[in-house]
Design a protein around this ligand. Structure first.
Ligand code: HEC
Ligand code: HEC
Length: 345
């Protein structure tokens, strides 16, 4: 009897193994495997797209966990010992979220982003999210060349170099050691996109499970997928609006303005978290910003939002600018409408 049971279980185990191997090799031509679970990298490679330059074959969860520490706290532990912080001034999550920021992964509309932040309790930050960054192919796009000049040349098509650029310059920190960079890349791999993260039709999803797709089908599916998420986030720098053109909150929506104020400005400024300037919902903060609204200096909201500040010797904390994609002029007007409201309370 025992022998029969043993044989039965051996057979069962073998058949499960065989099924899962088959599923793996032809991307799940078997019932129970949901095409939503396929990673984008896996699918796009199979459809004949160029492999990612930073592709990771052997994912290592331990490395990803260290990467997570580095991103959230700036250090991790090796053999029980705390490693040297990346920066004394910032952690990556001061400027980047690590989760989804848009309901539709192909959007980069600032209104969609604020809406999603509102519904999901996220801050509204100047940097793009790390969620899905593994699947992007271009970084520091468009106008960032103005800010970082030659540094961007090496970073634009390389995720690893972009991390280094940000660790050293955006974070006012230092160059990462090889193992630190590797850990961060494994963290990004863990946060990669899957088919279920995209809005694509059921028919197309089912197509993906088929073997022997023709070249035409492959190229069609590849287009469907690559247009369902951002391979790059655009970055348009705007000039400080001229005094005459500033709407000073007229026609703005103070409700949205309040959200932006709390999720952007207060995220860094409340209790002087990363700066000497404290901002809150009170009259004092409101009147400070309202009073300076007509200026062309850092104290004017119209200037600071579009230019930020630069880090300098002795004062490494700086404020990153908001591009048009990260805060539209309309949202800036909403923000000013809210500031006016609290200033005049
Ligand atoms: C003070 C703000 C700030 C900090 C701190 C910061 N970054 Fe950034 N980072 C930015 C901004 C602004 C950009 C501009 C491009 C974007 O994200 O859209 C950027 C871009 C990037 C990009 C390219 C993203 C893209 O899609 O173009 C990577 C990768 C990156 N940062 C990694 C990091 C890592 C890793 C850390 C922590 C070690 C870090 N950053 C810390 C502000 C910051
Ligand atoms: C990522 C963090 C961060 C965010 C987000 C942020 N700031 Fe700043 N801000 C700073 C830092 C750092 C400085 C530099 C001041 C310093 O040296 O401490 C600064 C400087 C300023 C200054 C100039 C202060 C001075 O006297 O020079 C103003 C005004 C200001 N921020 C307003 C805002 C407003 C309004 C928002 C929201 C739209 C905002 N900040 C969002 C970090 C941030």
């Amino acid at each position: 009897m025992q022998r029969i049971v043993l044989i039965f279980f051996t057979l069962l185990a073998t058949s499960i193994l065989v099924t899962s191997i088959t599923a793996e090799s032809n991307l799940g031509n078997v019932g129970p495997i949901d095409p939503g679970m396929y990673s984008l990298e896996q699918v796009l490679n199979r459809l004949g797209n160029k492999p990612l330059l930073h592709s990771i074959d052997q994912f290592d969860l331990e490395k990803a966990k260290m990467g997570e520490d580095l991103i959230f706290t700036g250090y991790t532990r090796v053999d029980g010992k705390k490693t040297k912080r990346i920066s004394d001034y910032f952690v990556c999550t001061d400027c980047h979220n690590t989760t989804r920021e848009f309901r539709d992964a192909s959007s980069e509309s600032s209104a969609d982003r604020l809406n999603y932040a509102k519904e999901n309790g996220l801050p509204f930050l100047p940097g793009s999210t790390f969620w899905g960054i593994y699947n992007r192919t271009s970084f520091y796009n468009n106008d960032y060349v103005e800010k970082y000049e030659d540094l961007v040349t090496d970073a634009r098509s390389s995720l690893g170099n972009s991390v280094q650029l940000c660790a050293e310059y955006c974070s006012s920190g230092r160059v990462l050691k090889d193992w630190e960079l590797e850990a961060i890349m494994h963290y990004f791999k863990r946060n990669e996109l899957h088919i279920s993260d995209l809005i694509i039709s059921m028919e197309d999803k089912m197509e993906l499970t088929k073997d022997n797709l023709s070249d035409n089908e492959k190229s069609r599916l590849s287009k469907v997928i690559t247009s369902s998420y951002r391979q790059a986030y655009s970055a348009t720098f705007l000039e400080t609006m001229s005094r005459e053109d500033r709407p000073y909150g007229d026609g703005g929506n103070p409700e949205d303005g309040k959200l932006i104020y709390q999720k952007a400005c207060m995220f860094c400024h409340q209790n002087k978290r990363v700066t000497y300037l404290h901002l809150d919902n009170g009259k004092l903060s409101g009147s400070l910003l309202w009073r300076n609204r007509k200026k062309y200096t850092d104290q004017s909201i119209y200037q600071i939002v579009r230019h930020g500040t630069y880090s300098k010797v002795g004062r490494k904390q700086y404020m990153p600018l908001y591009t048009k994609e990260k805060m539209s002029d309309e949202q800036l007007n909403d923000l000013v409408a809210y500031i006016k409201q609290i200033a005049k309370r």
